[in-house]
Write a protein that binds this ligand. Structure first.
Ligand SMILES: Nc1ncnc2c1ncn2[C@@H]1O[C@H](COP(=O)(O)OP(=O)(O)OP(=O)(O)O)[C@@H](O)[C@H]1O
Length: 325
């Protein structure tokens, strides 16, 4: 069943994108189609150099498609002025460019610029929106802190609050979790999904963080060289194996049972018995140690944790690996 067309915030049809290099045309993406839905967090994934930033630049009107068209709210983006586009599409780029002595509150207020004009003077309604953006991103307590004196994760939340204050229907973020620790990466992505759902925003995030994207995204766009963009629920793309498009060679595969990318090892003969959550880690430790075949079965049990192999008992995987080597 197709999604209703009114929920399409942004779409691209038959796009051909590229650059001029020494006067020659260098096509990066051709015949590209996409639909970005309101109320969803979409993650754009693909190998380095495939053209993710190029696609973002075209959505922002920084490069013009050689062929095809991009529609925002059913109108060609070429019909929008730069100011009108800034009201509708908010962007968070990888490297923030704001001075360190600016406060979080001042940064978030800058999000209102497309609405206030060059004076930058906020009226009551603007102030309410800025305060809401700070509270939606749970950083109201940081409003008077300087950007140079807060953590990377807090700064990234401030950048998202600024984009929220811009109050457009579409938000685009280029690697918003780069440089962040695991907990902050989860927090940022979960925050973005909550915002997409509660405020019906269409949020597009470029990321290389497959694990966290699987946990948080409503939709994936998979981009690979020379193939059409694949769009779908992450779970559907995993079940249908289309997720393997992200993996360039047989060396890696996406494990359906474990939900993650792994080294694809041929002729693996590791008979291991015991609880599933333990056999998984035993196999991992053996593969890492370069052990791919065993002539007897390894038995593993929990409480107490014990590994048995050929009448020997081991209380750690380290002991087992030393014995096998
Ligand atoms: N201004 C430019 N002029 C010419 N070629 C460019 C320009 N910018 C990017 N390219 C080329 O376009 C291709 C796609 O680059 P792009 O930055 O869109 O990839 P990406 O998927 O965003 O990569 P990454 O994951 O590494 O950020 C690359 O081959 C790159 O060299």
């Amino acid at each position: 069943m197709k999604k209703h067309s009114t929920s399409i915030a942004l779409s691209g049809k038959s796009l051909s994108l590229g650059y001029f290099h020494q006067k020659a045309k260098k096509e990066i993406l051709s015949d590209l189609h996409f639909e970005l839905f309101s109320g969803e967090l979409t993650c754009l994934l693909g190998p380095n150099g495939v053209g993710k930033s190029t696609l973002i630049k075209s959505i922002l009107g920084q490069i013009h498609p050689w062929k095809g068209s991009i529609q925002l709210d059913q109108e060609s983006i070429t019909d929008f002025s730069v100011e009108e586009l800034a009201k509708r599409i908010a962007v968070v780029l990888t490297d923030p460019i704001f001075p360190g002595n600016m406060t979080v509150g001042q940064l978030v207020a800058l999000g209102r610029t497309p609405h206030t004009g060059w004076s930058g003077k906020l009226n009551t309604a603007d102030r309410v929106i800025v305060e809401k953006a700070l509270s939606d991103t749970k950083i109201s307590y940081l409003q008077d802190e300087r950007l140079s004196e807060i953590s990377d994760g807090q700064r990234q939340k401030a950048m998202i609050a600024r984009a929220l204050a811009q109050d457009g229907r579409v938000m685009i973020l280029d690697e918003p979790t780069a440089h962040l620790d695991l907990v902050n990466r989860f927090e940022i992505m979960t925050l973005l999904r909550d915002i997409a759902h509660s405020q019906q925003k269409a949020i597009l995030v470029v990321t290389h963080d497959l694990d966290i994207a699987i946990e948080t995204a409503d939709r994936f766009w998979l981009l690979n060289c020379g193939t059409p963009l694949i769009s779908g629920k992450p779970e559907d793309l995993i079940i249908s194996s289309q997720i393997n498009q992200l993996l360039p060679s047989d060396k890696y595969r996406f494990s359906l049972s474990r939900g993650r990318m792994e080294m694809g090892i041929k002729d693996l003969k590791l008979p291991i018995e015991g609880p599933k959550e333990l056999t998984f880690w035993v196999e991992k430790a053996l593969i890492k140690a370069g052990i791919q075949t065993l002539d007897s079965t390894v038995s593993v049990s929990a409480e107490p944790f014990l590994i048995r192999y050929k009448d020997q008992g081991f209380s750690t995987l380290e002991e087992l690996v030393i014995f096998l080597k």
